[in-house]
Design a binder for this molecule. Structure first.
Ligand code: ADE
Length: 423
């Protein structure tokens, strides 16, 4: 077995930032009671002892809490970021003192895959993904490593979608647990996390007033729903674009205006893409946009806004402030692109708040523990998490928030299953 000690330990931008990073992780720990409870239990039972975990997930203070919890449970860990712009360098520096960390803000594509490959150097027994780049790298470039892997987890909607397609084609080589599909993940992280952090990213990179603005949300899935809800809360007039009739109908009944992107392009002040699909905003949309339009993306991949086409249309571009690129057209019109079309909530802000990541990462942790125990006998398909786990996580979260639940009486419990009692 290759041990971490025999491979290069870490590569981060500035190790001197470690103390600042540790303080931020400590702050996140104080907001993540579910994960901290799991950590306290795991310190006694060491359910991940002997496991080598390769992780590929945004390097944030919340991820710091997850990494420390996996380590406390006995695992050896090597980590890379899952997006070139989302790594927080102070957190990477802090974690580099505790595990193997290969991540820095502003990596290029080659460095990004170099970092992933370094985490594979120690032949992981478990993989932990957000966006599936690590699993894809194992399958496409190092298929011989799959035999060491008991299983993997996937954090995000797009990643789970692609892994299900892979499993359907029989191409998946080890079991994967779809963390995204846990109710305590998608119904909280995707909605409230994306909603708040995306608005945060827009504000940090522009400081524009949202009140009165026409705020166009492309895609009314869980992430789009969160963005629409929070933008409306700030006084914006929200327009939704959709391809799915039921999703569009939900948006209408929520009180949003629904139109095509061709129509929305002419009226929007701020655009955010949350679809998981490429080419949502293309040249004809940029041509119709108003002077001063602001464009950003909160989907996992940076293909939703076709920046190549915008670059061709524009005469010049310059960074006007951090995470805000101004594109000038011949006729004097300007369009502003935030965070280079990458996840605006992570690249221009700090990602989702700790309180929601608490539940997402509790699911990640329990997924790892299950795979360590059962992965060897699981099939190479995509598994959902046990719904009982959702209820347990929600219960711990609620009690940490000081809230209590009612309970059914035995009469009521009987009533719910009683098909003989009618009106
Ligand atoms: N994805 C979205 N927000 C995140 C955060 N704060 N940490 C890690 N991954 C995230």
């Amino acid at each position: 077995m290759t041990s971490l000690a025999s491979v290069q330990k870490s590569k981060v931008k500035n190790p001197a930032l470690a103390e600042q990073g540790k303080l931020k992780i400590e702050w996140a720990e104080s907001r993540m009671p579910v994960l901290m409870k799991l950590r306290e239990e795991a310190k006694k039972t060491l359910p991940l002892k002997g496991m080598r975990i390769a992780g590929c997930l945004h390097v944030t203070k919340e991820t710091g809490v997850l990494v420390r919890t996996l380590k406390a449970a006995g695992a050896e860990i090597a980590w890379s970021g899952c997006n070139p712009l989302s790594t927080q360098d102070d957190i990477a520096a802090a974690l580099a003192e505790e595990v193997s960390m290969y991540a820095w803000h502003g990596m290029n594509k080659e460095e990004f895959y170099w970092a992933i490959e370094r985490t594979l150097d120690f032949k992981p027994t478990l993989t932990l993904d957000d966006g599936a780049d690590l699993i894809f790298t194992v399958h496409s470039k190092f298929p011989e490593l799959a035999k060491y892997v008991l299983g993997g987890t996937e954090e995000t909607t797009t990643g789970v979608h692609r892994l299900r397609a892979m499993a359907k084609d029989g191409a998946l080589k080890y079991p994967v647990i779809a963390i995204n599909d846990a109710e305590t993940k998608w119904d909280f992280d995707n909605v409230y996390g994306t909603g708040q952090s995306s608005i945060d990213g827009i504000i940090r990179s522009t400081n524009v007033l949202l009140g009165g603005k026409v705020f166009v949300v492309a895609g009314f899935g869980h992430c789009g729903r969160g963005c629409a809800m929070r933008a409306r809360g700030m006084g914006a007039r929200v327009v939704v674009t959709e391809i799915k009739p039921t999703a569009a109908l939900k948006a209408v009944l929520e009180g949003y205006e629904v139109m095509t992107m061709d129509e929305a392009a002419k009226v929007g002040d701020i655009f955010i893409t949350a679809t998981g699909m490429k080419d949502v905003l293309v040249d004809r949309h940029f041509r119709s946009m108003k002077d001063g339009a602001i464009v950003c993306n909160t989907g996992h991949y940076d293909c939703e806004i076709n920046l190549g086409q915008l670059k061709e249309l524009a005469e010049s571009s310059r960074e006007i402030r951090a995470n805000n690129e101004e594109y000038s057209f011949k006729n004097g019109k300007k369009i502003f692109v935030l965070a280079q079309g990458r996840l605006v909530n992570l690249a221009a802000a700090e990602g989702h708040p700790s309180e929601v990541m608490d539940m997402s990462f509790a699911n990640q942790f329990l997924g790892m523990v299950r795979l360590a125990k059962e992965g060897g006998s699981m099939k190479p398909i995509v598994y959902d998490i046990d719904p009982a786990q959702d209820q347990e996580i929600a219960l711990v979260k609620l009690s940490a928030m000081g809230m209590r639940l009612d309970q059914l009486t035995s009469e009521q419990a009987k009533y719910s299953d009683d098909y003989s009692s009618g009106t």
